[in-house]
Write a protein that binds this ligand. Sequence first.
Ligand SMILES: [Zn+2]
Length: 267
Amino acid sequence: MSRCLFAVVVGCLVACTLQRSEAAAEWKYRKGTHFIIQYEQDISDNLASDTLREAERFYDTLARQIGYTRYRKFWTWDQRVKIVLYADQESYVRETGLPAWSGGGATQYHRQLKSRAIVSYRQERNFLNKILPHEISHLILADFFGKTPVPLWFNEGVAQLQESGKVAEARRLIAKVAGIGYVIPLESLVRMDVRIQTNQGVVLIFYAQSVSIVDFLIRQHGNRRFQNLCRFMREGLPFQRALGKAYTGIFDSPAQLEEKWLYSVKN
Ligand SMILES: [Zn+2]
């Protein structure tokens, strides 16, 4: 189950307290070009360094894919994103007020930290491989698209791209459900608000299709066209029209994208 935390957490974090940030002596810091890792004493310096290195790497990869590089100055110096790491789930839940089921979250503006922030805790597998790239992607997309509305599936598709193993996992699921006709038509996917979807099966397929289609666009047709697609959407074109403009001669319509993508997943 991979329902996204971003939308849930945005409102929550802003209201949440972060009590230990006031007791600065309890925190340690590691600073990079675009991120500052703020971590509890119990956390090793190695984990903080790994987190910083991976955060910078995810940032660079996504910035290249969507064409964000010329905006990168917005994330340096006093605009750096704070990544707050608690020693364990217990202190994370206690200090942030976020639900125990959440592995972490991100917000565009954290009142106490006075910056964009990602909060999480030391955990065995998911943080570096999944939560960190996902939440960083959401923050970059929010900056890149600003107030221009972007379909949720596109946002979630891009956010999952750098999660370890996600694309392969999505392809396996789609190959399985496509055989029994459970794929969501692109026309519906573009309009779907998965946040109010109660059928867990549909939620899984929604996330799988989103990342698989975004991956298909980039892998088959390169970063340049994908950057153009993002730019046209940023300028306010709806996805369908931006697609036609960025992929002229490749996809005449969203239906053709759907057809070619599905063919690639099945074969
Ligand atoms: Zn998400």
